[in-house]
Design a protein around this ligand. Structure first.
Ligand code: AOF
Ligand code: ZN
Length: 389
């Protein structure tokens, strides 16, 4: 059981309606375990853009069918979801017979934060419901064992596929990988991404764009190829999704041939450009932020140099996830190299004249991926996949 199709209305960004401006309520009958876990999942989405590389977890405390408190994971190194929920309980309230819903197994280790499972002990809590266990080797079932041993009834697996999809960058990086890579593109029904002039804007509608903007704050960095950058002049910012809008992405341009070296610095403001070292004249090093890759642009090791240069750049936080937004050539090159762990593909209805043969991609990411989401945004279709483990 790993990456399964999600229930309608859920995607790799969480509950899809919560990423848009309009909201639909509720998905599950009130009072069921699915209902409360759905509330914990919604709460966990408030951690978008702040908690990484720590997973964004949600916790809801319920007694006699009424909610007492909820909380979500704070910034990296700051309190976990359970601690936030317990801290906002009404003063003096008894937890005798209460139920706690958490999207991830409560931790049992001391890291930057003390163990969450300590919060549950000796308070008469009757039941703990979690969506999925924590693969962190310091936890890995120990939190659940500890709480079950203390007499709390423990149930796992509620909305598991939906929570795992939302947390997949964390779940995958707890394995051997350091950084997960995802692809995202918007296609016309024919599979084209742009016309011969490079026009690719407005293939999809406002709802698809809102979801994309949510993804831009979910992932730590956004990449486009130099050609796409020059044609589209994309802002690559978070603007049109539902709140909270808590982070603007780190914006990266992959420019092996140095096409951007003659651009005025103002056009590159806020972008980081990865360029082959041999193409980078010394006087440019002091200007916009260029990072040299130590290979030539025709080297068979170019993709690997790009990946490792980006993953080892010194950022404030570990780079847990990267989203590549195009163009078609860069997506194909990285896809063929097997870099991606997940894909988000939008198909719009807009058709352009004079289509570009180069700007064409297959409908999906190819074999070895599990389909997760098939969602309709009015006339657009969103499909998402996660790579098999
Ligand atoms: C929870 N609740 O809300 C989150 C958890 O260094 P620390 O102390 O912050 O611990 C980080 C680890 O804790 C992280 O790798 C993951 O295993 C777990 N995250 N656990 O009980 C939460 N975010
Ligand atoms: Zn914890």
């Amino acid at each position: 059981m790993q990456w399964k199709p999600l229930r309608p209305g859920f995607g790799l960004a969480g509950r899809i309606d919560r990423t848009l401006i309009d909201r639909v309520d509720p998905f599950f009958p009130a009072g069921t375990d699915e209902y409360w876990m759905g509330q914990a999942l919604i709460e966990s989405m408030k951690s978008v853009g702040i908690s990484a590389p720590n997973p964004g977890v949600g916790c809801v405390i319920v007694k006699n069918g009424h909610e007492l408190a909820r909380g979500h994971t704070q910034a990296w190194k700051q309190p976990h979801a359970e601690r936030m929920a317990f801290a906002s309980l009404p003063e003096g309230v008894s937890l005798e017979g209460a139920e706690v819903f958490v999207t991830l197994e409560p931790c049992s280790h001391t890291g930057f934060q003390p163990p969450c499972s300590d919060l549950f002990l000796g308070r008469g809590i009757a039941r703990l419901v979690v969506a999925t266990s924590d693969p962190d080797p310091r936890v890995s079932g120990e939190g659940l064992r500890r709480l079950a041993a203390s007499g709390i009834r423990v149930k796992t697996g509620v909305l598991e596929a939906e929570v795992r999809a939302l947390l997949f960058p964390f779940l995958k990086t707890r394995g051997a990988k350091k950084t997960v890579w995802v692809s995202k593109w918007a296609r016309m029904p024919s599979g084209h991404l742009a016309d011969v002039d490079g026009n690719s804007k407005w293939i999809t509608n406002a709802k698809s764009r809102a979801y994309t903007h949510w993804l831009r704050q979910k992932y730590d960095a956004i990449v486009v190829g130099a050609r796409t950058f020059l044609l589209d002049r994309p802002a690559l910012t978070v603007r049109d999704c539902a709140p909270p809008r808590q982070r603007q992405p780190l914006r990266i341009v992959f420019d092996p041939r140095g096409d951007l070296l003659n651009e005025p610095e103002s056009a590159l403001h806020g972008f980081r450009v990865l360029v082959c070292g041999s193409r980078l004249p010394d006087e440019k090093r002091a200007g916009a932020i260029f990072h040299p890759m130590e290979v030539g642009p025709d080297s068979p090791d170019l993709v690997e140099a790009f990946r490792s240069t980006l993953e080892s750049m010194p950022f404030e936080k570990p780079l847990q996830s990267v989203m590549v937004e195009g163009g078609a050539r860069l997506l194909r090159t990285l896809g063929d190299a097997g870099i991606f762990d997940a894909a988000h593909v939008f198909t719009g209805v807009q058709k352009f004249d004079r289509l570009s043969k180069r700007e064409w991609l297959e409908a999906g990411p190819g074999g070895g991926f599990n389909p997760c989401t098939h969602h309709v945004f009015d006339e657009d279709v969103l499909q998402e996949w996660v790579k098999e483990d």
